[in-house]
Design a binder for this molecule. Structure first.
Ligand code: DLL
Length: 438
């Protein structure tokens, strides 16, 4: 089901017109109301009048995470405090959080974005939407909640954690749609597996909206099989609004961007020039109708590509390819670039392993070390190393051929790698810890 066909199926020409109008308005607001943008645009010699269409977006300055930190907490706000209705923030790994503020209208637009994604799973009146994203400063919980409300569905605000109770309610109440991180969904699937009173086929789950972290096709297959649902990818970031900046359709072939609200570009992170259409690079977003905190050309650090071909579903919007990861997630091990998502892809090709993994990188005797903890499923696990060897060898070979570096693989007992109730943490890079201490 398409929530807003008028916009989501709009002709490309009309969409560009709408984007051009909205960009002009956004740039004018930024120039007049946000000293940071006035300064940046003046430095570049760009005036709001120079922006005549969406193609002129390349004349505008970029905004980076550093800029947001420098302007923390409310320096980028374009409206007086009396117009703000809510504040969210994302934790980030170090330093101050990234802050998002919202006017009444911003909250409405945001709910609209999420509702468009939920409509993909036909979510509507009578559906029970279990929101197991964290409620609080994180945008996941309240974002999904408001989207479900706009679809007229029943909101079940379980938040994250308390997994036994979550699964009990899922069964007793008859949850039809689950919203949480894919890693938490995996954990819930395990909790269900261990509970003799709950069988996945007795649940009424139909669809899951999973996002907030990169996840691979292997994880999707696992979730769809274990939870008996269709797994839909939902993308977003606090800087734009939260979840709903984009979402997959039923064809699961890329994330449709809410392009009337967020204009995507892909740039080469080194040259900062746009890449050729369809090429991989850093995703950049400009908000087109945010009131409280409009953002010009925000460098997300997410690495992906744009898909322009029309989609079978009838939506005309541009799609994002699967997010490979963030440029700051990339590990350089013995000179080779490695993304945790590559390891996940390889691991999930081997059904004898659970999809759980943990990477530890360190530096010993002036050489990088790469340790990979994985779990054998219960039916294959043995504490005897010689019995583990036949499983380790094929995984080792595949990682070496795919990624190009040799891991030290350690087999853990099933359940031994720490599970996450929110965004999963897959990496400990002790080299950066050492560098921090120096
Ligand atoms: O994670 C918003 C969100 C909540 C999205 C719930 C989807 C569902 P932040 O905490 O600001 O906001 O983190 C944003 O998370 O730049 C990506 O690196 C990553 N991310 C979000 N969704 C996806 C996804 C929320 N579907 C950062 N696939 C983004 C891959 C994702 N990465």
């Amino acid at each position: 089901m398409i929530h807003n066909p008028e916009i989501e199926c709009m002709s490309r020409e009309d969409m560009r017109k709408l984007q051009s109008e909205r960009l002009q308005k956004t740039v004018k607001t930024c120039y007049e109301n946000v000293p940071f943008y006035k300064r940046k645009m003046d430095e570049m010699g760009v005036k709001p009048e120079d922006i005549k269409s969406i193609d002129d977006i390349v004349k505008l300055p970029f905004t980076t995470k550093h800029d947001l930190r420098d302007e923390y907490p409310f320096g980028l706000q374009a409206v007086p405090q009396s117009e703000i209705r809510r504040i969210h923030a994302s934790s980030g790994t170090t330093g101050k959080p990234v802050v998002g503020t919202y006017t009444e209208n911003d909250l409405k637009m945001w709910a609209e974005c999420v509702a468009r994604v939920l409509a993909v799973g036909d979510v509507g009146p009578g559906d029970i939407v279990q929101v197991a994203y964290g409620y609080g400063l994180f945008t996941g919980g309240l974002g999904a909640h408001d989207g479900a409300a706009l679809r007229g569905a029943i909101q079940l605000p379980t938040s994250s954690g308390n997994s036994e109770k979550q699964t009990m309610l899922m069964k007793d109440f008859g949850t039809t749609a689950l919203c949480c991180t894919p890693s938490y969904a995996l954990h819930l699937a395990e909790v269900i597996e261990k509970n003799p009173d709950i069988k996945p086929e007795d649940l009424k789950l139909r669809v899951g909206f999973f996002g907030a972290e990169p996840w691979t096709w292997g994880i999707r297959r696992e979730l769809e099989k274990k939870l008996h649902l269709k797994a839909i990818d939902i993308y977003g970031l606090t800087e734009m609004c939260g979840p709903g900046v984009g979402g997959e359709c039923q064809f699961q072939n890329g994330t449709h961007v809410a392009e009337d609200m967020f204009y995507p570009e892909i740039i080469n992170p080194e040259t900062l020039e746009p890449v050729a259409p369809g090429e991989e690079g850093e995703l950049v977003f400009t908000s087109l109708c945010k009131e409280a905190m409009p953002i010009l050309r925000y460098r997300t650090r997410d690495l992906t590509h744009l898909i322009y071909e029309p989609c079978e579903c009838g939506r005309t919007s541009v799609r994002l390819g699967k997010i490979l990861g963030r440029s700051d997630d990339m590990l350089i091990i013995r000179g080779v670039n490695v993304f945790p998502s590559q390891i996940e892809t390889v691991l999930t090709e081997f059904p004898v392993f659970t999809p759980q993994y943990f990477i530890t990188v360190d530096r010993k005797n002036n050489e990088d070390t790469f340790d990979l903890d994985v779990e054998l499923r219960a039916e294959y696990f043995s504490p005897n190393p010689s019995k583990q060897m036949p499983f380790i060898k094929p995984l080792y070979d595949r990682i070496v051929s795919m990624v190009g570096i040799k891991p030290n693989i350690h087999i853990k007992e099933p359940g031994n790698i720490e599970r996450s109730i929110g965004k999963a943490k897959h990496v400990l890079d002790k080299r950066t810890l050492l560098a921090d201490w120096k």
